[in-house]
Design a protein around this ligand. Sequence first.
Ligand SMILES: [Zn+2]
Length: 360
Amino acid sequence: MCTLSDADREMIRKAKERFAALPPNQREKIERAVQFAKQQMNAANMPDITAPRLIPELTPEQDAADLHRDRLKHRVTKRVDELYARRLLRHPACGKRGAIHVSRPHQLGGIENMVYRTLCGRLDCPHCQRRRLCKTLKRAATCVLDAPGEMYLPRTEELHVLETTWREWAALDKAIRREHGGEVGRMRIRRDDDSVLIVLEKPFAGSTPMAPHLTFDLVEDAVNQLASERHAFRLLGSFSDRIPSEWKLIQRTNEFVNFSEAKQLLDSLGHRGRLFKTSELNGLVFRSETERQGNDLVLKIVAAAHPTAGLSEFSPSVSQDSNGETWTDIPEPTPPNDAPPIEYHNESAWQPSPWAIAAR
Ligand SMILES: [Zn+2]
């Protein structure tokens, strides 16, 4: 049996669109490259690049669950398409808080200048609320209908559904974690009347076992009544779909750092630094071989900016939050009002680098 998931189909459709939108000379370049790759693969006796990927035969149980999954995911896709069929007004502040610019070389030549405008996320912004609803529906469908960690297989095991109220949620969640451990999968949906639907990976006192497709009907109803408060929908424990950030906060300091001077220092040490500035944020990006070297450079920059301050001042106590991320309690640095403006090189290409310091 051979199937393509909705996500696969969407990816192929987008890739075709992007390809069709390219100028003819770039399309030819890619076509030549594909031809060349096919010749090489033939010469090496490899299966053709267009051969469909084979997925192992599903059990009758998986097959039935897969039919439900297809139907329900199609329903979500249709709903999202309907919601996006008309234009919605944005809040006047939406997308205008600031912008992050990135210039980078494109793989087909030339420089791409990109701008990222942060959305407002306001409750009274129809545009942002629609985005929130659609995103929540998709995350909920993936969580309930896909087998854990296996997007190509449907979930077949029953889930466990529990109703509570917002007031009782915290205590109930604590009891669930006490019984099953903190990693047990939990989905929490807070409705606008402060009732809460919980979907659990494992049974708990008072919960009802339910097939994934029936669970999703309940989940979809609850999402349609989603409370407007933050974190009304959460995926916890093994249900979490959070992708850990590739950025790591090394330290914070109360001292103001002049990034132009810091860049000069980096240059003198043989590290090329780049300054960036947006309306919200300015900073300095540089590359280092290892995390330790990056850390040492940050210490040198801070020490050079404030030679009288001892290094211990820049080694704040580090604590860990529940997600295992390190963070510190030291407040954001406040730059003096007479801070010199920082140059921003938008025309030059820079690669995203694993090291950066920034200040508001
Ligand atoms: Zn908005």
